[in-house]
Write a new protein. Structure first.
Ligand code: SAM
Length: 384
């Protein structure tokens, strides 16, 4: 990824040469070029600002140096241009993920009262323009925002972080804040590490972490908890025969994406008839989730020997990633009869996102290929 930064304070960007970003630079994963905007001025004083039309306090950045800088930088090829501004859209992990897919970013760091609007409008005619705010406060200049955005984006560039798992586990990746973390020693100044973390019971650890993440999010960021835990306006209840029609449609919609991830695999959910669905609906334990009357999710389970076999976990594609699948999974796990000793589920061998979600919920891959193109994942049921 190539990153260009336009600023009147190039020295401000020096930290990009440090730490992991510096290493990524050395490895050639990112190519960072910092430019002094004043290089594109033409007067003796290298002027970049002027008084605002319409009056008011402060100065505004003149369009000419910016125009000349973009003429030169955009001649090198396509780029996404990021104008850092407190009136932009908020910077989030989702935006970072999106920017990490771009081949080239150009940051424009404002100063004074900002940049003449015509610069943004004109650049938008020849490049993708994003106006991004670091948060609801005002900085003196856009350099800190460009640094922060670069750091968040660059660590998502493939090959940058040694351990991709640690990216999945982080705050905001699943819409929740991260759970508290601990390291050795187990006792420090009379403070103990929570015993569950020393238990070796992966299912219990995953459940504890999830619970802590939900509590933390609800306490500190109720705005996120609402979207991610998503329980306030979703009703989860046992399925009824009258749910069959909508369930059939939702199932087809949900498994089309699975087929894309697992080409060539015959996915039962895409091939069964309406009557097949009605018969398992009558036979298995099935939960459905409804939001404002709409069927938005479902899951089923049945006891096979001592295994509580969970399947058909589905969430309407437009609501994916908000924690509803996780909630349905927890609800159906809680319905396992007393004789069950483990939970089992199957997912596509190519469905890596599903596998990551199940791993996070405490499931582990079981060796072997029980059904062609599928993997089996299990989790031991702890004491109840
Ligand atoms: N008058 C502007 C306003 O009220 O929107 C604030 C200008 S600010 C003093 C100067 C520059 O700092 C902006 O042009 C922008 O590049 C940068 N900046 C300030 N706060 C920012 C924030 N929250 N996010 C991103 N950039 C910011």
């Amino acid at each position: 990824m190539r990153i260009d930064v336009l600023t009147i304070f190039p020295d401000y960007l020096a930290p990009l040469g440090l730490s992991l970003a510096g290493k990524a630079r050395d490895k050639g994963l990112i190519d960072v070029r910092v430019h002094d905007l004043r290089a594109w001025t033409t007067d003796r004083h290298r002027t970049v600002d002027d008084t605002p039309y319409g009056g008011g306090a402060g100065m505004v950045m003149k369009p000419e140096p910016w125009g000349a800088a973009f003429d030169e930088l955009l001649a090198d090829g396509d780029a996404t241009v990021v104008f850092t501004t407190p009136s932009g859209r908020p910077f989030t992990q989702a935006v970072a993920r999106e920017l990490a897919t771009k081949e080239r970013l150009v940051f424009a760091c404002g100063r004074y009262e900002g940049i003449d609007q015509r610069v943004l409008d004109e650049v938008a005619t020849r490049a993708e323009v994003r106006e991004i705010s670091l948060g609801d406060y005002v900085l003196n200049g856009g350099e800190v925002a460009a640094l922060a955005i670069t750091e968040a984006v660059v660590r998502l560039v493939p090959g940058f972080m040694g351990n991709a798992e640690s990216l999945v586990e982080e705050s905001h990746e699943d819409g929740l804040l991260e759970y508290p973390v601990f390291t050795k020693p187990a006792t420090w100044r009379d403070r103990e590490v929570p015993p569950v973390l020393l238990s070796g019971d992966h299912g219990a650890i995953a459940a504890w972490r999830r619970d802590q993440a939900v509590r933390r999010t609800a306490e500190r960021r109720p705005d996120l908890a609402h979207a991610s835990v998503l329980l306030e306006d979703v009703e989860i209840r046992p399925a009824e025969p009258a749910d069959a029609g909508e369930l059939y449609v939702l199932q087809l919609a949900c498994w089309v994406a699975e087929q894309h991830d697992n080409p060539g695999v015959r996915i039962p959910a895409l091939h069964e008839t309406y009557d097949d669905l009605r018969s398992w609906l009558a036979r298995d334990t099935v939960l459905v989730a409804r939001s404002a009357g709409r069927l938005v999710g479902a899951v089923r389970a049945s006891l096979d020997d001592e295994e509580w076999e969970i399947g058909r976990l589905m969430v309407a594609p437009d609501l994916a990633g908000r924690g509803l699948g996780r909630t349905l999974l927890e609800r159906i796990e809680a319905l396992a009869p007393g004789g069950a000793t483990s939970y089992t589920l199957f997912t596509g061998a190519g469905s890596l996102r599903n596998q990551r979600i199940y791993k996070k919920a405490g499931y582990r891959l079981r060796p072997g290929e029980p059904i062609p193109g599928a993997v089996r994942m299990t989790k031991r049921i702890g004491p109840r």
